[in-house]
Design a protein around this ligand. Structure first.
Ligand code: GYE
Length: 308
């Protein structure tokens, strides 16, 4: 039908690019919102998205990326569950000339030459912001100030950076001691399990702070403490990261003291970068999303509905 006088609409004939999106799984409310944000923004920008969810398995994620390469997608978006172990599959993508955008979590610095750009939160800052809150809160308190840390998953970049950020932020104040640091995989049930286990070896009455690497684990910690005679937010200061609705509600109720916002809605920014890459424009190596600090010192009256 090449000669029907209406065939010169080059916009319509423009090729629809195919993007492979390899997501970690659905461990938290944050993650579910993040997935929706990426899929919505991709659709809106008129990309065909092949979405794979690896159910918390790096082995699955690597298979998913290989399947994108085999079907010769135009670009791959990867949210790496852990930092290490990506070299081979990223080299395979490079050999196939398929650009890779890393989203939300990072791969090891040594592999940074194998991806085009990163879109996601500036996570080390979140640990520093937590430390700043704690130094304010415990301004006049005597040493020691005992901190229990409920980390995310082993080798996940936000777990590493949220830990390092806190340590960095507290290093000028030797009153703070991390007395236990355990992993809760960013999951509510495992956060609850983690604090329950810590309570077997530590007297929680001696603990001043519980720092949770995400809100779902903080929800688990609060629900456990509420079954004891320790009042979360009052007897123990609770800090968390993400800013989901449940944590804001607990903050308002005085059961959490500080929540660092980590915005999961990165889809729009992500596809601006994707479009620039496919248009062969230069993009910065890092594109950070921003977040606020919500704490007992903030005005909590006008926080918008969170949507996650
Ligand atoms: O904080 C947590 C999620 O990678 C920054 O992963 C993300 C983290 C987020 O499961 O809730």
């Amino acid at each position: 039908t090449g000669c029907s006088g209406r065939n010169s609409n080059s916009e319509k004939e423009k090729k629809q690019y195919v993007i492979g999106f390899s997501q970690i799984g659905a461990e938290s409310s944050w993650r579910e919102r993040n997935t929706q944000s990426v899929l919505e923004a991709g659709k809106k920008a008129n990309y065909k998205i092949i979405y794979e969810n690896a159910n918390q398995s790096q082995v699955e994620q690597i298979k998913d990326v290989r399947s994108f390469i085999a079907s010769r997608v135009d670009l791959i978006i990867l949210t790496p569950i852990v930092e290490t172990g990506w070299r081979h599959v990223l080299e395979e993508a490079a050999d196939a000339n398929i650009p890779v955008v890393i989203s939300d979590r990072l791969v090891s610095k040594e592999d940074a030459y194998l991806f085009k750009t990163f879109v996601g939160p500036d996570v080390p800052i979140q640990g520093i912001q937590t430390a700043d809150f704690l130094k304010k809160k415990f301004k006049d308190a005597p040493a020691p100030i005992n901190v229990v840390e409920i980390q995310g998953s082993v080798d996940a970049s936000p777990a590493i950076s949220r830990h390092e950020g806190l340590v960095e932020g507290l290093k000028d104040d030797p009153r703070f001691k991390i007395v236990a640091s355990v992993h809760g995989d960013f999951m509510l049930s495992k956060g609850r399990e983690a604090i329950k286990n810590v309570a077997k070896s530590h007297d929680l009455k001696q603990v001043d702070v519980i720092y949770c690497h995400n809100d779902d684990m903080a929800d688990g910690v609060v629900s456990y403490l509420e079954e004891t005679d320790i009042k979360p937010g009052r007897d123990i200061t609770i800090c968390s990261v993400d800013g989901q609705q449940s944590a804001i509600d607990l903050l308002k109720a005085g059961k959490i003291n500080c929540v660092i916002e980590c915005d999961p809605n990165m889809g729009e920014k992500l596809f601006q970068v994707v479009t620039a890459i496919l248009d062969e424009k230069d993009v910065p190596k890092e594109n950070f999303t921003t977040g606020r600090v919500f704490s007992e010192y903030s005005d909590l009256t006008n926080i918008e509905e969170r949507g996650y």
